[in-house]
Design a protein around this ligand. Structure first.
Ligand SMILES: [Zn+2]
Length: 233
């Protein structure tokens, strides 16, 4: 069983829900998946910043990376420890490094940058979803697999086609849980319209996030992360 708890479940402007990010306990390590502008404050409230073993990002919008540098500085100056950042591709690793230079000048003084395959115990892979959220933007979905189950975290990706394709091409008898970003508003290409996720629910356990649950229409069939206390940090 892979343990996942959301630090926040909202979209970029859903301040009350907090930025979508996940605390994942996998192979004995704590992975913080995304670190938007509301994430560091929330982890401070919980007193668990120092327990993050690895940082992993889906993309560099502020609601996914906005407090990353602060969290890293916290580790350096308050916890007196280096941070560990996992990256899916060399290109995105460079991109992340450049992003951090604007705040940290020499990011390597604070963090170790590790390709995803160097995660101890392995088991984490990715789907590159670049251009699907916003044209020109590098984005990634992540797949965590242990002996029992497969957990997929979409990141922001606009539509479920690549995850559906991945699952068709990689059939498995394991339990499969998909945490998919979602919007209730039609005609927003940056996010996945809730009705477009319904076909995935026929085969897999699907949960929607990155939204304000108060705007849920009555015909929504996708369970919302925000309604499951066991999935919230
Ligand atoms: Zn977002």
């Amino acid at each position: 069983m892979i343990r996942i708890q959301f630090v926040g479940t909202g979209g970029a402007f859903d301040v009350a829900q907090g930025n979508s990010a996940a605390w994942i306990e996998f192979k004995g390590k704590n992975i913080l998946l995304d670190c938007g502008y509301s994430v560091y404050p929330r982890l401070r409230e919980k007193g668990i910043v120092s327990r993050v073993d690895y940082l992993l990002l889906t993309h560099l919008h502020d609601d996914h990376a906005g407090s990353l540098s602060t969290l890293i500085f916290h580790n350096t100056h308050v916890e007196n420890k280096r941070s560990a950042i996992l990256y899916p591709t060399a290109d995105f690793g460079d991109h992340l490094y450049q992003y951090l230079t604007f705040s940290q000048q020499k990011p390597e003084n604070h963090s170790d940058f590790l390709p995803l395959w160097q995660f101890p115990g392995r088991g984490i892979s990715f789907i590159e979803t670049t251009n699907m959220h916003v044209p020109g933007m590098q984005t990634f979905a992540y797949i965590f697999e242990d002996e029992e189950e497969i957990l997929i975290y979409s990141g922001d990706m606009g539509n479920p086609t690549l995850i559906a394709k991945y699952l068709n091409e990689n059939p498995s008898t394991k339990k499969i849980r998909i945490f998919h970003e979602m919007t209730f508003y039609p005609n927003i290409s940056a996010h996945c319209y809730y009705k477009d996720l319904e076909s995935l629910t026929e085969k897999y356990e699907v949960y929607g996030y990155h939204l304000n649950e108060a705007t849920e229409p009555t015909d929504n069939k996708i369970p919302l992360v925000a309604h499951f206390p066991c999935l919230l940090l």
